[in-house]
Design a protein around this ligand. Sequence first.
Ligand code: F6P
Length: 344
Amino acid sequence: MPAKRIAILTGGGDCPGLNPAIRGVVLRAEQLGYDCLGLQEGWKGAIDGAHMPLNRSRVEEIVRQGGTILGTSRTNPYKKDGGVPAVLATFKSLGLHALVAMGGEDTLGVAARLYKEHGLNVVGVPKTMDNDLSATDYTFGFDTSVTIAVEAAERLIDTGRSHRRAMVLEVMGRHAGWVSLFTGIAAGADYICIPERPVDAADLAAKVKAAHARKKVALIVCSEAVDMGEAGAEKLDEFGHMILKERGVGEKLAKLIEKSTGIETRHAAIGHIQRGGPPTLFDRILGTRVGLKAAELVEAGSFGRMVALRGNEVVAVSLEEATAKLKTVPPAWFSIMDTLTAAR
Ligand code: F6P
């Protein structure tokens, strides 16, 4: 009897750690007697059937590679005419036993529906640099992207101090402020802006002025999704999310700071630079562990589940519950931000 087949796909924004996770699935699946293949470019490949073989020799050296060897897209089968029947047809024509879908709330939301509505054998693997999936403590991709952003922030401090300027670093993170929060804390920012907390212009000006007086430089880290009073004008993607790249929050904030403090201010948006490059140690280990566990869930017939990090354990949780609600920054973090950025 031929070996059962597992397909893997990676959907949504890429992030470092996807390749270690793919390697983890393939190596454990092979050990358990399965064959693997990769569907290309997320749900797009599940619709059109484009795929590539995956085996030990293809994946054994990818642990250090950023991006995803499978390609990705923001295609949503539920938003394409005939999309869902095409996914079901691909399952049949490729003779798939199970699908391991790696993604954030969007990709995994589709996986949850396909399981619930069509009984598809799916297992979810959470990934996102935004770290905004509520059922897991951390997602791989977050550690690497924040590490890169912290390095960028430290470079801005150097040049900012030389010129006696305030420097604004805009980071990604979509609707959740985790990337901005952790970057700001780790880089010693003087003000941190996150979408969960409205910007208090007077507090911002006071803190920037005080920091600049003490250190001859001030660093402000802001999330791309901070509301600067112009929400609603953006374009939406297939999953209904704002396309944030043209909002220019960092630039607007820099203008506001310069006007309210009289301190010359520059801004930089790190953008996709923080999503590329080799994964950190943390993301390599987490990606590997959740990949291994996903193959074990297939073997156990635990479908409709997502692997999750809880404490230091990798466990299985319900895919439906995992995708029901975003994990945003709770107010408990606000007092930590205030302590670290006090205007004294
Ligand atoms: O969701 C991950 C993410 O990197 C967000 O932080 C960001 O808003 C978005 O993707 C950017 O998407 P794209 O790569 O499609 O421009």
